[in-house]
Design a protein around this ligand. Sequence first.
Ligand code: IVH
Length: 674
Amino acid sequence: MNRAVAAARAAELRVLLAYHGHRYYVLDDPEISDSEYDRLFRELVEIERTYPELCVPDSPTQRVGAAPSAAFRPVVHAQPMLSLGNVFSAQELAEFDRRVRDRLGAPEVHYVAEPKLDGLAVSIRYEDGGLVRAATRGDGVTGEDVTANVRTIRSCPLRLTGDSVPRVLEVRGEVYMPRAGFAQLNARQGERGEKLFANPRNAAAGSLRQLDPAISAQRPLRLFCYGVGEIAGGPSPASQEELLEFLERLGLPVNPDRARVAGYEGCLRYYEDLARRRAELPYEIDGVVYKVDSVAAQRMLGELSRSPRWAIAHKFPAEQAITKVCAIEVQVGRTGALTPVAVLEPVGVGGVMVSHATLHNPEELARRDVRVGDFVSVRRAGDVIPEIVAVLIERRPADAVPFRFPTECPVCGSPVVREEGVIARCAGGLVCQAQRRQTVRHFASRRALDIEGLGDKLVEQLVDSGRVRTVADLYDLKPDELLRLERMGERSAAKIIEAIEKSRRTTLARFLYALGIPLVGEATANALARHFGDLEGLMSADEAALTRVPDVGPVVAHAISAFFSEAHNRAVIDALRAAGVTWPSVERPSGGLLSGKTVVLTGTLAEMTREQAQAALEGLGAKVASSVSKRTDYVIAGADPGHKVARARELGVPVLGGAELKAWLAQAGRDPAS
Ligand code: IVH
């Protein structure tokens, strides 16, 4: 970056940081995540380090926070409230420790390690043991008077205890909201239809900065003290550890999860241990704070304008981050299911760069209304696919439009079928590149065309090499082509060719099932074969005709019709037939005793199995349906029939038993067990 570019960027960063600092510190309503803010801040620090002349006095790097809100009376801190520098890696921590040791000329330094609570810093002033004033940090020099609100925090003593109470004590600590209290508060807010808080930090800040202390009092706020400003007329602890124990003796709350550790290795062990326990802690933390233990050493090290040299925050990688949606892509899975995926401007989440997040399915996408150009917060939990938590509506570009879900498969151009529920599926199962392996595997499976020896590995090799593009290509495979594949002997090659050969003679039902038509399983394939008897009749049936098939509703009918109207699918079917795939024509009952009647089976028949009964009824020309309606002619009920009988009685549909079915069969001269 040359100087002119750097100067322009620095000016831009100052405007951005001032804006976001105001939203965060003054309005309690941040638009960007802490990690995004940190990133901008570090970028400015970096530029100012390279070009020191660009560092102006009003740069956000030159002060602690933003200006205090005018809503509360300003309070000047007796000693400024400093902030902390950050490190994000073990290496940066090692560098911090080295700088400390170099300045002190010490071979090893002891630190007190404390959880870095995610709340709001306060300074509470006690005079002669009594709480006289509490203030927020504000800009570090001047804060806001929140005495009335802090007095409502039950863990904050109104009077100090013990026998060595100092005349003046300005204690520093963090006001926070425990996870459990946060969850209860949000549940309550939800019940009352009031605004939910994004996280415990925002809830704590919003609760503390309430103009009405009665509201603060109802909020589950807590306090942990971790340091002091002015201290006079009492003992002066010689170390951070002694200081914290002293504060405890005065009746102040101090976090018990702290530890005194030796050197950089000790710090790191503490960090790793706390990171492991993080999810179980009753409060949210965003890292660890290490403080040089010895107060004498702290004095030697001194302070920078914004932060002490004797303390540092070691931040956990963010588990949520805000980034921009660059595009929305639709991926086609191996089963033809279409999944929308947001392509993100890469962002670090929980220590990993994230550039994609799943949007699950078209319905979810429409419900969330995620648009290209939107800013979103993304979450990563463990190894799961990153997810979009929220869309930042206030940052939506004016020209962003709702995403239009494709009606054609982005891979093969076939129509997209919307299944009941939430799934969208490509109807080009026989031709779609994304589905080839799965399609061939299914075609060859045992209950389909049953091609023995055509296993997963072989299908993979044949499809990936491009040799098999559709299932029809299987029928002109030559033995020497198979022999050229990895781990293929002459015997197995010959056996596979033979199995392919054998599969040419099949049944219509198996063939239909093998095609992998969306929503058509074995039972539906059987019903279709029985109903139409031949492929031509089925392929030319419209959706209305399809719904006359037992158990085929409008959704399945639509999927079947879409499949057969796809020209590529028809071409593959033609190729299969040209390759000699055939089946005997299906005998269709005509003019049967029950022709044109709709029958529903329910309960367990003593006379025959459910399948036998269904086949027998269909043999008599009946349509067997699964639910009772006005159009049902008979219900045949066995033992434990369930609600279908009640429904039939309601509608006045005759309810018969297995004996009547047997009588019909006898009348038609049929044996039920055949
Ligand atoms: S010490 C001079 N100790 O983190 C030292 N700060 O990023 C100043 N914080 O403003 C702070 N837990 O709001 C310290 N155990 C802890 C802390 C802690 C949380 C917050 C505090 C501070 C900010 C600095």
